[in-house]
Design a protein around this ligand. Structure first.
Ligand SMILES: *[C@@H]1O[C@H](CO)[C@@H](O)[C@H](O)[C@H]1NC(C)=O
Ligand SMILES: *[C@@H]1O[C@H](CO)[C@@H](O)[C@H](O)[C@H]1NC(C)=O
Ligand SMILES: *[C@@H]1O[C@H](CO)[C@@H](O)[C@H](O)[C@H]1NC(C)=O
Ligand SMILES: *[C@@H]1O[C@H](CO)[C@@H](O)[C@H](O)[C@H]1NC(C)=O
Ligand SMILES: *[C@@H]1O[C@H](CO)[C@@H](O)[C@H](O)[C@H]1NC(C)=O
Ligand SMILES: *[C@@H]1O[C@H](CO)[C@@H](O)[C@H](O)[C@H]1NC(C)=O
Ligand SMILES: *[C@@H]1O[C@H](CO)[C@@H](O)[C@H](O)[C@H]1NC(C)=O
Ligand SMILES: *[C@@H]1O[C@H](CO)[C@@H](O)[C@H](O)[C@H]1NC(C)=O
Ligand SMILES: *[C@@H]1O[C@H](CO)[C@@H](O)[C@H](O)[C@H]1NC(C)=O
Length: 740
């Protein structure tokens, strides 16, 4: 599997990959395209935003009817609109008063319940009564409200602060679990499978929402696989649904519309398992913009890192005011055995719910069955492309394919099963539309030799079995890696959470493999992606919020980062660029001892350091935000971030000073000592002072971390732990010499 396959969905679904591919091939007929005109914080109440948008458009378009061209207006939580413009018109618009940025409205991609127990977060953990006051806004493909995961038994009516609505009550009924549901499709172009309501026809949004805040459902399973109690991390928290993703992807216009509403509706945490294929500057990225305004309103946005690993610098959600989540494995792995007619058994990786009952079927190699209709050659039938296989030769047989494919090609040709062989990583199990197993090249070659050696080759494919993977957790190969492509000095991803083979609720409008010809309609499904890791962290953030309702977004984020369990660079060659600070630990996160807090002013200073000037930032904030003289380029390392990253060149001397301030949220009287680990002889890390003595809760103390020396490796991973005997606040320290 190459990285590209994963670049389209933050959830790894083969069908989604294919349909998204078709979308990007489509070429616009006119020279106009849709642009987002972003204008920062909303103006004072009472200003007629919509008429302002129309008159701006009129100024640019001249006589043309402007009202027709405003596709959406944002005004509740920030200011802006979407319009059809030529490139020239977009340039003009960008120069207008009040406009922060103008960027094309592009399509984003989507990126149990053993996972909670695996993290030591049992059903019996301590719960705050205010858990039911916490509202998680899930921006995704919608929801299947009838799922048992969303029953509202015993839940009180929504908290008073809630201002959202349940749109389209005909098709969706909200309850005390799903307290709001809206949908957005600004271009009005629906696919045949889209349900025009917040109802989920895809499965992804139902899966992520139930992972975050699903109720307990006993005996959940997928045809017996992954059986257990399904549950979200905060079963009493409320869910607010914002459907932004459809069969053709998730547009910037709709993502911004959802942020505009979610912030004003009163959600506490935003969970967003969606991202772009390429990194974008902070104020040309709808997710970074939406999350910035969420942060200003006290709301933490949790995002998926992306599924474009294992290459470096492939992370797509990396703004410092969001939390970016990598995906790691849990201790349950699915294998699918294949037994050949010569009695040899091979173990491949897949989620195979089909039971062939030990019956053997004849085998054929795809390359030996090119379809004469359409002039297919054995090179295309060898990789089992759709229509490439000759049904006369393939019908009733198990086909060996030279590539990881969805299985639709073999299914259409009448095959009984498929064996896929390639050299891609086997750390994720996929569902296929027919019995199938995904094998490595060594076993795949032996199977090929067997087929080639006899005229009556046969095989059977077993139903999948579950194996305890005691090496877990390690970061999945598909999980996007850091460093942060725009600001390498801010370590991303922030942390890792379970995102491989996760059992959670599913849409009854979407079959198990999401492929045509699949007739398995199920209430729970097993899927993988950083999309699945993200809601685990959203739930943990909500869990913290239920104990500490007044904590800022960055305080919650700091708690999650500094309490994550360390992961090892031995198991993960990209070290912190794979897992950030480590593996999510929700129980420790409610009691971090110290927090690295940052306010909006700190982020503004960070942006000044990134080269944004006062004029630009005032357009974003509509207040007196100021870059003090000399801050351009000088304060990057001083954002009060709970990790330390230094980008250097291996040949030069490193000297970097980090200023940090921690707030005591543990015991009033506490003495923390700094413990540094930095495994290199050529550089050292000093902490000054290295003892912090607190005398009250809420007290802030500052210190410096000084890194000096030269590099003897392309990446050196260390850590700073502040330890008072009862709490350990751990921050990763990474010094690295190259981005890619
Ligand atoms: C919801 O509406 C869609 C059409 O938009 C329809 O196909 C579907 O059956 C409806 N579902 C329910 C549960 O009413
Ligand atoms: C294939 O057929 C040959 C002879 O026709 C027989 O000896 C052999 O056992 C068969 N092999 C399998 C796997 O059925
Ligand atoms: C399949 O056959 C093997 C022996 O060949 C036996 O051990 C196994 O239990 C059988 N499985 C089923 C599902 O019949
Ligand atoms: C198949 O190939 C033959 C000879 O190369 C050609 O004449 C014919 O048009 C091709 N058919 C299709 C469907 O491409
Ligand atoms: C397949 O079999 C043929 C003869 O039966 C042999 O020449 C060829 O080398 C075999 N191919 C492989 C890859 O084993
Ligand atoms: C896997 O094994 C470990 C240790 O041997 C155990 O703690 C864990 O519960 C097992 N996991 C499963 C899913 O059985
Ligand atoms: C900030 O510094 C960079 C180079 O260090 C320069 O290109 C940029 O114009 C400066 N920005 C401002 C607003 O001064
Ligand atoms: C900005 O305005 C706020 C109040 O709106 C005030 O507290 C703050 O001191 C001002 N900052 C500057 C730099 O003027
Ligand atoms: C860090 O803090 C020290 C005082 O503790 C201050 O002198 C220094 O200017 C600060 N560094 C930066 C880069 O702002």
């Amino acid at each position: 599997m190459d990285g590209q396959r994963f670049s389209l969905l933050h959830c790894l679904l083969i069908h989604g990959f294919l349909s998204a591919l078709l979308v990007t091939i489509g070429v616009s007929q006119s020279d106009k395209r849709s642009y987002v005109i972003y204008m920062g914080n909303p103006p004072k109440a009472g200003t007629a935003t919509a008429s302002l948008h129309n008159s701006m458009l009129q100024d640019v378009l001249g006589s043309e009817s402007a009202t027709k061209s405003v596709l959406c207006s944002y005004r509740r939580s920030f200011n802006g609109f979407v319009a059809e413009l030529t490139e020239e018109e977009a340039r003009k618009m960008a120069g207008m008063n009040g406009v922060v940025s103008v960027f094309p409205n592009e399509k984003r991609i989507l990126h149990t319940t053993r996972s909670w127990d695996f993290m030591g977060f049992s059903q019996q953990v301590q719960r705050a009564t205010s858990e039911s006051d916490v509202i998680i806004g899930v921006l995704d493909t919608g929801i299947w409200p009838e799922s048992q995961s969303f029953n509202d038994e015993g839940l009180s009516p929504p908290p008073d602060k809630w201002k959202g609505i349940c749109q389209d009550a005909n098709n969706i009924t909200c309850n005390n679990k799903i307290i709001g549901a809206r949908y957005y499709k600004s271009d009005g172009l629906f696919g045949s499978n889209d349900i025009i309501s917040p109802r989920d026809s895809e499965g992804h949004g139902t899966h992520t929402a139930s992972t975050a805040a699903g109720r307990l459902v006993n005996r959940a399973n997928l045809f017996g696989l992954g059986a257990g109690t399904a549950r979200g991390g905060v079963p009493s928290a409320r869910i607010a649904v914002y459907k932004i993703c459809w069969s053709d992807g998730c547009s910037d216009a709709d993502i911004l519309a959802a942020f505009d509403d979610a912030i004003a509706d009163g959600v506490d945490i935003i969970s967003l398992s969606v991202g772009s294929a390429t990194p974008k500057d902070y104020f040309r990225d709808s997710i970074a913009i939406g999350a910035f305004h969420a942060m200003r309103n006290g709301i933490l946005t949790v995002t998926s890192a992306g599924n474009r690993g294992p290459r470096r610098a492939t992370i797509t959600n990396f703004s410092p005011w969001t939390l970016s989540v990598a995906a790691s494995t849990i201790d349950r792995k699915f294998f699918t055995g294949v037994k050949l007619g010569n009695d040899v058994v091979y173990e491949g990786v897949s989620i195979n719910t089909f039971d062939l009952k030990n019956e053997t079927y004849p085998m054929i190699y795809g390359g030996d069955a090119p379809n004469p209709i359409g002039n297919y050659t054995s090179s295309s039938s060898g990789i089992c492309l759709e229509n490439s296989l000759d049904p006369n030769l393939v019908k009733g047989k198990i086909v060996l394919c030279d590539r990881f494919v969805s299985g639709e090609g073999p299914l259409i040709a009448g095959a009984v099963g498929a064996l896929l062989r390639d050299n891609s990583p086997k750390d994720v199990a996929f569902s296929f539309v027919l019995p199938a197993s995904h094998l490595d090249l060594v076993d795949g070659s032996k199977i090929f030799v067997y087929i080639n050696s006899t005229s009556n080759a046969t095989a059977t494919i077993f139903k999948s079995n579950e194996v305890n993977d005691t090496r877990a957790p390690y970061v999945a190969s598909f999980s996007s890696r850091g460093p942060n492509p725009i600001t390498p000095e801010i370590l991303k991803p922030d942390l890792s959470a379970p995102g491989v083979d996760i059992v959670a609720a599913w849409s009854l409008a979407s079959p198990v493999s999401q492929n045509r010809g699949d007739n398995r309609w199920v209430p729970f499904n097993i899927i993988s992606g950083t999309s699945m890791a993200c809601p685990h962290v959203s739930a943990a953030a909500a869990y913290i919020k239920s104990f500490h309702p007044t904590w800022s977004p960055s305080a919650i984020k700091s708690s999650l980062i500094t309490t994550a369990s360390p992961m090892s660079s031995g198991m993960n060659s990209d070290a912190e660029f794979a897992y950030g600070s480590g593996h999510l630990n929700p129980i420790k996160a409610i009691n971090p001892g110290l927090i690295y807090d940052s306010s909006e002013v700190d982020y503004i200073n960070f942006l000044c350091g990134q080269g944004y000037d006062t004029r630009f930032l005032r357009q974003v904030t509509r207040d007196n935000a100021t870059c003090s003289a000399g801050t351009n380029g000088t304060v990057l390392s001083d954002l009060n971030y709970p990790s330390f990253a230094v980008f250097t060149s291996s040949s030069t001397t490193v000297r970097r000073v980090f200023n940090r301030t921690v707030t005591n949220v543990g015991s009033p009287m506490a003495t923390y000592r700094a413990r540094v680990s930095f495994p290199t002889r050529t550089a050292r890390v000093r902490v000054n002072p290295n003892v912090l003595s607190f005398t009250s809760v809420g007290q802030k103390l500052s210190f410096q971390v000084i890194i000096e020396g030269t590099m003897d490796a392309s990446i050196v991973s260390g850590s700073l732990v502040w330890d008072d005997g009862a709490h350990k606040a751990r921050s990763p320290i990474v010094v690295f010499a190259s981005i890619s």
